[in-house]
Design a protein around this ligand. Structure first.
Ligand code: PHE
Length: 366
């Protein structure tokens, strides 16, 4: 088996000198490939007598194993070297001063939340927050959505696994549970705005399993439907920066408000182009209503003494309308080119787009 030993030594030498994965592959083909030197030797075994064939075959197989192991080991070595070279080439010194020209951007969701908070802040609302993982009680029951209510199905709820007592936590399906948490924790007057994440098992061009809402809640002794209307008309006009924006209140139903209204803003779709403002068409942008007396009672507030209104709005939806963003899913792609295009410069301080806001609109709740 002179041939086999010589072959082994030669191939191992070549492997140890290989500098690239391509060179290594050429060595493998030359030794173990269909026309390879070792393959040819194995083919020659057929001409030997049975006893000699067995011996030579075992020797050749041993050589093959040694070569295969050396190839694998060299492959690892070259892979590590390539990775190290790549890392060295991409090395970045994070302690260097910021490069001018490469500026970060504020995500449109953050910008829109800041704008909404600024507008309602001018009207005397304060920001409140609540947990993403919520008790069934706050997300549904206290909001007048009992266990068998169809709204529970419509919400496409993400449930967590059952707990030992049989109850299940949920990923909140709306920001409305923060109404309940706030009313239980504070005494009126209450005037809060609640931006935050919400979750529903729904995914297409206009729905994402995680999205954002902003909730509003006003509770006081004399709050009435006129305050709801004035406050939301004022908000819509300020947010979309259209002074005479038509705003329409359409009767609707929510278990936690009575009466309930969906709010539409005017738009035009002439020539296939959507334009916010007077134009004969309508776009739904939020849900609202007077807080249901049962919801007040569930929170220990006497409906004979206090009333209020609430509203909920999808943040992605109004951001898409205001900034002409066509596809909801792009919000979460973390695509830097998208962010450079749709994002905002950090020093653009969000403010109510119009100077004088009619603070009197929600004034009854003060
Ligand atoms: N929570 C409702 C939704 O997610 C919106 C809403 C909030 C409606 C407050 C009325 C009052 O659809």
């Amino acid at each position: 088996m002179e041939d086999a030993d010589r072959l082994r030594d030669e191939v191992l030498g070549e492997i140890s000198r290989a500098e690239t994965p391509d060179a290594l592959e050429a060595i493998r083909v030359a030794a173990l490939g269909r026309r390879g030197r070792l393959t040819e030797l194995m083919r020659g075994l057929g001409a030997l007598a049975p006893e000699a064939r067995r011996e030579a075959g075992a020797a050749l197989n041993a050589v093959k194993d040694v070569i295969a192991a050396a190839l694998a080991e060299a492959g690892d070595r070259l892979g590590r070297a390539a990775r190290a070279a790549q890392l060295a080439g991409e090395r970045a010194d994070v302690t260097l001063p910021v490069q001018t020209g490469e500026t970060g951007r504020i995500h449109p969701i953050s910008q829109t939340v800041d704008e909404i908070v600024a507008i309602f802040g001018e009207m005397g609302f304060v920001v409140a927050e609540g947990p993403h993982i919520e008790e069934d009680f706050y997300n549904f029951t206290a909001l007048n959505i009992p266990p068998e209510h169809p709204a529970r199905q419509e919400h496409d709820t993400f449930y967590l696994p059952e707990r030992p007592d049989g109850s299940r936590l949920v990923l909140r399906t709306h920001t409305s549970p923060v109404q309940i948490r706030t009313m239980l924790a504070q005494t009126p007057p209450i005037r809060i705005i609640v931006p935050g994440r919400t979750f529903r098992a729904d995914h297409d061009a206009t729905h994402s399993p995680m999205f954002h809402q902003v909730e509003g809640l006003v509770i006081d002794r004399t709050t009435h439907m006129g305050h709801l209307k004035g406050c939301l008309i004022e908000f819509c006009r300020a947010f979309f920066d259209v002074e005479d924006l038509p705003v329409r209140f359409r009767p609707s139903y929510f278990p936690f408000t009575e009466p309930s209204a969906e709010v539409d803003i005017g738009c035009s779709r002439k020539g296939g182009e959507l334009k916010i403002g007077a134009g004969g068409d309508w776009l739904e942008i939020l849900g609202s209503g007077m807080v249901h007396p049962q919801v007040l009672r569930n929170c220990g507030i006497d409906p004979a003494e206090y009333q209020g209104f609430a509203f909920g709005m999808g943040i992605e939806r109004v951001a898409m309308l205001k900034y002409g963003i066509p596809d909801l899913r792009t919000f979460y792609d973390s695509d830097l080119r998208w962010l450079r295009y749709y994002g905002f410069l950090p020093l653009d301080i969000p403010s109510p787009v119009r100077g004088a806001l009619a603070g009197s609109m929600a004034g009854g709740a003060a």
